[in-house]
Design a protein around this ligand. Sequence first.
Ligand SMILES: [Zn+2]
Length: 181
Amino acid sequence: MPLYEFSHCPRCGGLLELKRPPTEHRERQICRDCSFIFYQGLKVAAGTLPVRDGRLVLIRRGVEPGIGLWSFPCGYIEKDETLEAGAVRETLEETHLEVRLTALLGAYSYPPALSDSRVAVLAYLAEVVGGELSPGDDATDANYFSYEEIPWKEIAFRSTLDAIRDWRAHPATPPSGPRPA
Ligand SMILES: [Zn+2]
């Protein structure tokens, strides 16, 4: 995906051109007609790593990107909600689980060469407080995994891998190994 993927002004429909505003240090897309400066930062997504009895919930994605692969429940934050509310909402929509956030696990972003989705991902550690696990919305499957059961070869995104490793290393995560039933 090119860095600048739009050709027309979202405000008036005029043509965008690449110019450096006088007070800035890099070029921006600026409208020829109305001078609108089209700032395009990373999109923000948030989600949770829901945990019950030491096992982590992952969902199998039913849509691109990463269709058929596993990730934690996560999605774009709406303009009128907080990161925390969005993470809880996405989790409910994709897993039918009610969760309580317990910690900010990590914030993940990557250079364009390593990821073509220009997104900043916030991942919260969460405990499951209600609901019954089943896939919802864009998910085709949902399951609990111990660290040993993680489907490493079928993980959707680099941020998923990094967040699972950070979950494993988090002080709240009990040591690996068999546990009493
Ligand atoms: Zn314009």
